[in-house]
Design a protein around this ligand. Structure first.
Ligand SMILES: [Zn+2]
Ligand SMILES: [Zn+2]
Length: 309
């Protein structure tokens, strides 16, 4: 887990974050994701300065193990001087050694955030789910922690004032907000009530705006007027310029392909099309025929998609 440096903002890792949510659904299945409907409760990871450092860290780590359902895993938490914020040794188990940066000795309220990330490494390791490259794998770890109910602690560890700033994890605050918002929309949850950091709240609000935008993109019926108009224009272009390859208009998430299941010769004019677009919940590509109102169900996350194609 990285430590320090200027705080990056916006959505520089958005594509990887979306790929991470999709990979999580595919590896865990809809049913397993549903078992994470309840987030880690603030009281269960509270850590005050009068608590014993080691017992307290051990207790919070145990709470993460319980939350991620790693029944036989045992976390052994230690502290040392290091450049990173935290680190976990991914061995065969059942014991895993987690090292936390010495500074957590005096920043105990952020130990839950660090452990949410490190124990998620163990969870993904046991699932044998990883992304190639350190950067993408860390993004997967943060995204999974946030989507499965422990990562709100990571966003809450983001604090800024005139003199200093601190942030944990690889996602930007807004990206954490986005993943938490997608989770909130799925489980009808409001993590904002747990935030102690005002900056976390702001980032969550920004992320929620983007998450809602995912659900209002054409060809979904919830799309706004401007998006629908653009969609109609792109569709006309695809119909007028048939090509065997996907026609991918610039800057939009959908693309058109000829419908190969259509028997040739039974129609005049432009051939039938299919449109593919990312599922607003899990980002799986969905393909539906272009023929007006269509209802589809995402095969990965089971979201029902009302489309106007
Ligand atoms: Zn990490
Ligand atoms: Zn889906």
């Amino acid at each position: 887990m990285a430590n320090g440096g200027p705080v990056e903002h916006g959505y520089p890792h958005l594509e990887t974050v979306r790929a991470a949510i999709n990979a999580l659904y595919k590896r865990l299945s809809y049913d397993t994701v549903q078992t994470f409907a309840t987030s880690v409760a603030p009281a269960d990871v509270a850590f005050c300065d009068t608590d014993d450092l080691y017992l307290g860290a051990q207790r919070v780590a145990h709470e993460m193990v319980r939350h991620y359902r790693l029944p036989d895993a045992r976390m052994i938490v230690g502290f040392r001087e290091m450049t990173h914020a935290a680190n976990v040794e991914l061995a065969a188990g059942p014991e895993y050694f987690i090292e936390l940066n010495d500074r957590f000795r005096t920043h105990r309220r952020d130990i839950g955030a660090a452990l949410a990330h490190e124990v998620m490494h163990v969870y993904l390791h046991r699932l044998d789910l990883s992304f190639p490259g350190t950067r993408d794998n860390e993004i997967l770890t943060d995204t999974a922690a946030a989507y499965l109910g422990a990562g709100w602690l990571l966003l809450d560890a983001f604090r800024e004032d005139a003199a200093s700033s601190q942030k944990l994890g690889y996602l930007t605050p807004e990206e954490f907000g986005y993943v938490l918002a997608k989770r909130a929309l799925l489980f009808d949850e409001d993590p904002a009530i747990w935030f102690t950091s005002p900056q976390a709240y702001t980032a969550y609000t920004a992320g929620m705006e983007l998450a809602r935008r995912d659900t209002r993109r054409p060809p979904l019926t919830a799309a706004g007027w401007a998006g629908r108009r653009r969609y109609a224009r792109d569709r006309r272009h695809a119909q007028d310029h048939p090509s065997p390859d996907a026609s991918q208009p610039g800057g939009v998430p959908y693309s058109f392909t000829p419908d190969s299941t259509d028997p040739p010769g039974d129609h005049d004019g432009p051939g039938p099309l299919r449109v593919s677009f990312p599922c607003p919940t899990c980002h799986q590509r969905i393909r539906v025929p272009v023929r007006g109102r269509v209802r589809a169900r995402c095969g990965v996350c089971r979201t029902v998609l009302e489309c106007d194609t």
